[in-house]
Ligand binder design. Structure first.
Ligand SMILES: [Ca+2]
Length: 374
């Protein structure tokens, strides 16, 4: 009798334990369908903005700048679409699922650059600091899906910007989406949000809580007043301008399709480099360390470069919008006061008219004369 009871107790215990195991297992096991549903949620970060293009101003008046930002000058772009957010890990996950044989540059090399604060202790001995920038370490196994090396994961960072991608990887992804990388001019047009020659996407003046950058003494004291030591979700901050663009400044540098040249060196002797825009989580407001956070800022990197603070967003031409009468307005619009100031005075001179007394007379709008000419 006692033996039967004991057997029953054991049997029931096993049944209860197995039930608990399957219930818990069922809660955590993710089916393919679950993953698809989750990725659909992150599809909200794939939206694009259509921008009608037109005339605007690129660069900044700063003679100290050594990166080709100076001076503020005229530019023009045709209508185009551009991603509202940098490309996220969720988007690249889909890409890799479809293009299973595609290997990113970091996967081929077997390493990528990770900022020192994020290198796990277990990988410290196997990571090599970069000469002159010893806050960057070559970490074995660091790649898009393992942003800080082999022990890390993007499982909880699907809405974070994709990093550790080279120019070639960015191009391959955009091509797969039937898009392309934006030119530097397009990127800057989108970042300026219709503002003419202002320092930040939102205005001429710095505003708190608009972007993820470095606050404190670099590289050992990150006060992270903005809430982030390293990367942040692509929508951690509100849209940065009137075009509803997110993360144009801060978080990650973004590849563009434009070549980068040093102005003082012969172009033929320069290495192959592309322009990156936007600043990242290690850059500072006034450039006391690394680069200055502002719309005009640009850096050049070789097309194979990969790091924990470099990503991209895609663009697409919209030539059909050129045929829409409304869309031509910005391209042929009446000049603003700012445009007028930049034009040489001669175009405001009226055509010479014959003087009834026989001599020629030229009428000049006095507003266009410099003070010393009056
Ligand atoms: Ca930060």
């Amino acid at each position: 009798m006692a033996a039967d009871f004991a057997r029953l107790v054991v049997l029931y215990s096993v049944i209860i334990l197995l039930s608990i195991f399957f219930i818990i297992g069922g809660c955590f096991a993710k089916t393919e369908e679950d993953v698809e549903k989750e990725l659909m949620y992150y599809g909200q970060y794939e939206m694009m903005r259509v921008l009608y293009g037109g005339k605007f101003k690129i660069g900044i008046n700063d003679i100290q700048s050594k990166t080709g930002e100076n001076p503020l000058r005229k530019a023009q772009v045709r209508p185009f679409y551009i991603d509202k957010y940098p490309v996220t890990n969720a988007q690249f996950w889909k890409f890799k699922k479809t293009k299973k044989r595609y290997q990113t540059q970091a996967e081929l090399y077997g390493w990528s650059l990770v900022f020192k604060d994020f290198v796990p202790p277990a990988l410290r001995n196997r990571s090599v600091p970069i000469e002159g920038e010893d806050w960057w370490l070559r970490v074995p196994g660091a790649k898009w899906s393992k942003p800080t090396g082999q022990y890390s994961s993007i499982r909880e960072q699907l809405e974070y910007p994709l990093v550790h991608v080279s120019y070639k990887d960015a191009e391959a992804f955009c091509k797969w989406k039937k898009k392309r990388l934006p030119s530097e001019k397009e990127w800057e047009f989108a970042a300026r949000g219709g503002k003419l020659g202002q320092t930040y996407p939102w205005s001429e003046h710095f505003e708190r809580n608009r972007m993820n950058y470095w606050q404190g003494n670099f590289p050992d004291d990150n006060k992270k007043y903005d809430g982030f030591l390293g990367l942040s979700p692509v929508d951690a901050f509100p849209p940065q301008n009137a075009y509803s663009m997110y993360d144009m400044l801060g978080n990650v540098w973004e590849w563009t399709a434009s070549r980068y040249f040093d102005r003082v060196v012969d172009r033929a002797t320069q290495p192959d480099r592309m322009v990156l825009k936007g600043g990242s989580y290690i850059d500072t407001l006034h450039g006391h360390a690394n680069e200055i956070m502002r719309t005009a800022m640009r850096i050049g990197r070789g097309p194979q470069y990969t790091a924990h603070n470099v990503g991209f967003r895609c663009a697409k031409s919209a030539p059909h919008l050129l045929q829409t009468p409304d869309v031509n307005v910005p391209l042929n619009k009446k000049p603003t006061l700012d445009d007028i100031r930049d034009r040489p005075p001669k175009i405001f001179r009226k055509k010479p008219v014959a003087d009834p007394r026989g001599s020629l007379k030229v009428e000049i709008d006095p507003r266009m004369l410099r003070k010393d000419e009056l």
